[in-house]
Design a protein around this ligand. Sequence first.
Ligand code: 0WE
Length: 271
Amino acid sequence: MNNALEESVAIEIPPILKGKKVLISGLANKRSIAWGIAQAMHQAGAEIIFSYQSERLKGEVEKVLSGSIDNATLVELDVGSDESLDSAFATIDKEFDGKLDAMVHCLAFAPRETLQGGYVDTLREHYALAQDISSYSLAAMARKARPLMQKAGGGSIISLSYLGAEKVIKNYNMMGIAKAALEAGVRYLAGDLGVDNIRVNAISAGPVKTLAARGIADFTTMLNKHAEIAPLKRNVSVEDIGATATFLASSMSNGITGEVLHVDCGYSIMG
Ligand code: 0WE
């Protein structure tokens, strides 16, 4: 089940999300980081709604969930559309009785051309699309989640980032700029929403071989290098990320907001 470059250690998840209502976006298939997060939060006792981008992707979400999480609700949400945001959150409002305790933002997109060559060549149109889907969408979703989280007495919003936001990583290019904006967005949203006891944090995850990494040049070489350099001498697993996301969604992290936590086996501390 685990990638060969990861260590297979079962993580014990205590029932810290019992009765909590959670929205998870970005589940594409069983390798998705969103799936690692969903399984951990499910183990922790959460009630989960999954969002999928389009009808085309709904079948795969149903396939992944079947036999594992059978009581979940699915909702279509294309973050590139305000109408879709309106209708998705209307459904979530109904399904969850007006309340939402946590939201996981596990979405990004940049046109493939921007993930090769140099950032210097990025087209205006590609920049705008990448920022819209990868960074603005967190603010758009937070704005829609806010009244539901207010009704729940507070909430936790969790997004996913990557080291390419802070350092120049070969080929990450446009996504690095989008993740830098996302991380700044996490801080500004934490500033806005703290008054409602809504916390906003990000996990900066080490590289994981997901659908989003497919076709990225030399990704396997990158994973090998990462495992060699990282203090823990392995790559991060979706279980590692799921456990940290569960912690951030729970009251165990009530004093943490506006933070970007590195879940990268220590890779980013190395000089
Ligand atoms: O954030 C990401 C990737 C997100 C992503 C992936 C794709 C591939 C397919 C965004 N847009 C697209 N557009 C597509 O057309 N990661 C953290 C994974 C990743 O992507 C890289 C990496 C790593 C790590 C790209 C280059 C270098 C490293």
